[in-house]
Design a protein around this ligand. Structure first.
Ligand code: MSP
Length: 521
């Protein structure tokens, strides 16, 4: 089973475009694995504990449990609207998750992987961690990225992270734990050098912060939010589930084939804490997950933030431009692992040019002319015409490039491959001009052949687009009167999906242009 997870979002507000991008990316890659004929399971959810949630609840004057429930609903509703279809939903206040976290803590304590000590130091409230001198900036201060920093002394429980530093280094060096894209690997290796020196504080005193999972062996403490949250990847995947549980079979899912996260939570959480936690629990190097690290969506070069007031709301964008336009833009305009600038003008422009104009016209012209000139009937396409051969070649290279790109999780490159073939097909129609040829009765056979080449292309293109734009693809299958196409896997994409004599349906714009006045948000 191909197992995909994402970071679980803090529901301390509404989901923003960064949250939406990650969930859509995971949804697209899960759908793609199914298109490859594999079984796939997608787990996502929300990270409901910790000080961030408590602070927001205080600021809003509501009970933290109420805030958590209310905001969680907002995430679920949006994922539904954006066609993000997950198989497992992880909430960290879920009793099944709590029981798993406590079982793991009990075992680690019994093994001697945890210890209690007193520590005095500087604490970042925003990042919920103690800082060291390495976290100071050139002026010797803790920069604004740490938010409010206060001096604290308290007793806490620690996880012996340092015990695993040597093992972790070799596990990453030899790619037993893979990090995609590879340029992120050196960042992790540098960080491991430092991690070897310190252990991880995994508790918070209850008197200071009670919104967490109690330590089973020391009820005065709750579990540190990251230690709790990282475990969602296995708890809700069935690790240590009790008999009769409806959770999946852990052995079928683990190790995760893709754990999709943003670059900000690679180090230390996912590339250091998480593998060391797994190792301490008894997982071996070959059971480590693969991390797919994506970049950030920024706004005119700035980080999106509440204080800058530049948060982009995916819910509003979907209302305004449609879910397809949003999914397309988010997959199309970011390159693997790099940051990108969110730009509504580009969202509209890319939808209008690449979908409404290019693909939309190809589809519309193919189905419309097949209906008008050929009685909606597909012709044989085993032709020797040079242009036909070139078109079939273009489709074959498009499919191969798409597959390689999607296998490498490079969705925007896959879309480029699709668009290249769309361009080829539109050029082919312009060169062949079936609307002229049909004036000459003797050329009607050729008209059918030409239109059947582009209609066949539309069937393939829709299938390849389907992981990204599932609803639009299904509409295309409907217009081609070939719903059964959706059951095909990528290896069944050979020429001849639409056989001679097949009757196509009526054209109807699948990607209606976004009008200029709708641009203002
Ligand atoms: N709760 C933790 C993750 C725990 S995983 C065991 C967290 N939550 S978050 O809500 O702050 O972020 C959730 C995901 O959204 C992270 O992967 C983060 O990198 C991603 N993004 C947050 N802002 C983003 C952008 N501006 N752009 C793209 N993704 C971004 O971290």
């Amino acid at each position: 089973m191909f197992f995909v997870t994402t970071a679980i979002d803090y529901p301390n507000g509404k989901p923003h475009i960064g949250h939406a991008y990650e969930k859509i990316l995971a949804d697209v890659l899960t759908r793609y694995r199914r298109f490859r004929g594999e079984e796939a399971y997608f787990l996502t959810g929300v990270d409901q504990h910790g000080q961030k949630m408590v602070k927001t609840a205080e600021a809003e004057g509501v009970n933290v449990a109420t805030l958590t429930k209310r905001n969680t609903k907002g995430f679920i509703k949006l994922w539904d609207k954006l066609d993000v279809r997950y198989d497992g939903w992880a909430e960290t206040t879920d009793d099944r998750h709590k029981a798993c976290v406590q079982a793991i803590l009990t075992e680690l304590e019994a093994k001697g992987s945890l210890y209690k000590k007193s520590y005095a130091g500087f604490y970042s409230v925003r990042q919920e961690q103690y800082l060291t001198d390495r976290d100071r900036n050139e002026e010797g201060e803790f920069g604004p990225e740490w938010g409010e920093v206060e001096e604290r002394e308290e007793e806490n429980w620690y996880f012996k992270l340092s015990d695993h530093a040597v093992w972790l280094k070799s596990t990453i060096e030899n790619d037993a734990l893979k990090i995609i894209p590879t340029f992120r690997k050196s960042e992790v290796l540098n960080a491991i050098e430092r991690a070897g020196e310190t252990d991880l504080c995994i508790s918070r005193p209850k008197e200071r912060m009670s919104w967490g999972i109690p330590l089973p062996f020391d009820p005065d403490f709750v579990t540190y939010v990251w230690f709790d949250a990282l475990i969602n990847y296995i708890s809700l995947a069935g690790y240590k589930k009790p008999g009769g549980s409806d959770l999946p079979d852990f052995e079928e899912l683990w190790p995760a084939d893709l754990q999709i996260i943003g670059k900000d939570i690679l180090v230390p959480a996912h590339a250091i804490y998480w593998p060391c936690m797994l190792h301490a629990m008894g997982f071996e190097a070959k059971e480590m997950p693969t991390l797919l690290v994506h970049g950030f969506w920024n706004i005119r070069g700035d980080k999106m933030s509440k204080s800058l007031g530049n948060i982009v709301d995916p819910d509003e964008l979907s209302d305004k431009f449609g879910t397809a336009a949003l999914r397309y833009y988010l997959c199309r305009d970011i390159n693997s692992g790099k940051d990108s600038d969110f730009d509504i003008e580009r969202l509209v422009m890319l939808f209008n040019t690449e979908l409404a104009n290019d693909l939309g016209n190809l589809l519309n012209r193919s189905i419309n002319m097949t209906k008008g000139f050929c009685n909606s009937t597909i012709s044989a396409t085993d032709t020797n015409d040079e242009g036909d051969i070139a078109l079939r070649k273009s489709l074959a290279s498009c499919t191969a490039a798409y597959k390689t790109a999607m296998d490498n999780c490079e969705v925007s490159i896959a879309l480029q491959a699709i668009n290249d073939h769309v361009t080829h097909c539109n050029g082919y129609l312009e060169r062949n001009k079936p609307w002229e040829m049909k004036k000459d009765e003797s050329k009607m056979k050729r008209v059918g052949e030409v239109l059947s080449h582009t209609a066949e292309s539309c069937a393939h293109l829709a299938l390849m687009l389907r992981p990204i734009l599932p609803e639009a693809a299904d509409k295309i299958f409907g217009q081609l009167k070939k719903e059964a196409l959706k059951d095909l896997t990528i290896d069944q994409l050979s020429w001849g999906l639409l056989t001679a004599g097949h009757q196509t349906g009526k054209p109807k714009p699948v990607f209606p242009r976004i009008q200029a006045e709708e641009k203002e948000v």
